[in-house]
Design a protein around this ligand. Sequence first.
Ligand SMILES: Cc1ncc(COP(=O)(O)O)c(C=O)c1O
Length: 277
Amino acid sequence: MSLAPKQLIDFPRAVPDSAGIPQSVRDEMLIAPFNDADFSQSLIDQHGDKIAAIIVEPLQRIVPPAPGFLEMLREQCDKHGIVLIFDEVVTGFRFSYGGAQQFYGVTPDLCTLGKVIGGGLPAAAVVGRGDIMAHFDKSKVGEEGFLMQLGTLSGNPVAAVAGLKTLEILRRPGAYEKLMANGQAVMDSFSSHLTELGHAHEIVGHPTLFDVIFIGHKVENYRDVISADTAKNALFNKALRQHGIFKSPGKTYAGLALTEEDLRQTDKAIAAAAQEI
Ligand SMILES: Cc1ncc(COP(=O)(O)O)c(C=O)c1O
């Protein structure tokens, strides 16, 4: 619900992103705009006792949290006994070895991880507070509180080995510095060539995960992102492809495998694409 809604109805109503979602699901959810602390606060004031959990990406798609936003959620969840869940499927292990939660200094009660945790193979994890995780263990919570968790790929040894190796590589000295430097180099290329040619734009995100948005003002949430000049973005991405750089339409992720030569080629392609749009 409301992951990437095309229809922008008033908050806090949820919009289904897919067919087949029962109305009852929508009725169980409240949606708040990311980074709007006052709006979230007013929803919590109004419904605090009935809210089971707040789920948020600590950096939402590409938009970083405004100072104090995640802290406010943490504080309110503690005050009202609400479970704070960070979806770190995308952010996990990118900004620091302890995830976005370590990077921003706000610890959720539960956290979801995917992608990098399996080193690119199918693996995902739910991690969190011991008393909540105990619900996966019948011997701790009894029949009533037990939550069954199993699946074809649960404990998949091949994905586990790939994930462990990835984590070992990330722990090597200098890994995060290199990841950041690679991302920063690409960010700088976008910024300098687009600025030089007078294209109004914002580079939104973190050096390890960001995108270029063709817009004339600061981007604070999803609605800002979709109000940007997406046709220009598509043109730009196409021009980059024609110069040998495949940039995802969603966002750019920095990788450790990039070489100086890759960065030079990327810079040249960005310079050429900026000329062509
Ligand atoms: C923020 C976020 N959460 C969750 C998911 C879903 O993860 P999975 O494919 O492991 O179910 C995605 C998928 O891209 C995602 O971007």
